[in-house]
Design a protein around this ligand. Sequence first.
Ligand SMILES: [Zn+2]
Length: 75
Amino acid sequence: MERPDDLLARLLGPSGPELGCDGCFAELDRYVELEVSGADADAAVPGLRAHLEGCPACREEHESLLALVRSEQSS
Ligand SMILES: [Zn+2]
């Protein structure tokens, strides 16, 4: 059962810096590299994590990019 506050927050989108799909795709490379290197990616790219949580298309893109960068690193 979802709390109404969560639902409202989701409908209104994340608070703070607004990041749309365009901005998300533009920053995703950098975000993933920071994430893989263990840096604070969320501090470097504010709003991206929130966008991923609300946007299945970008989340999927993020996951495949993350898998790609990790496999490149381990090889
Ligand atoms: Zn998106």
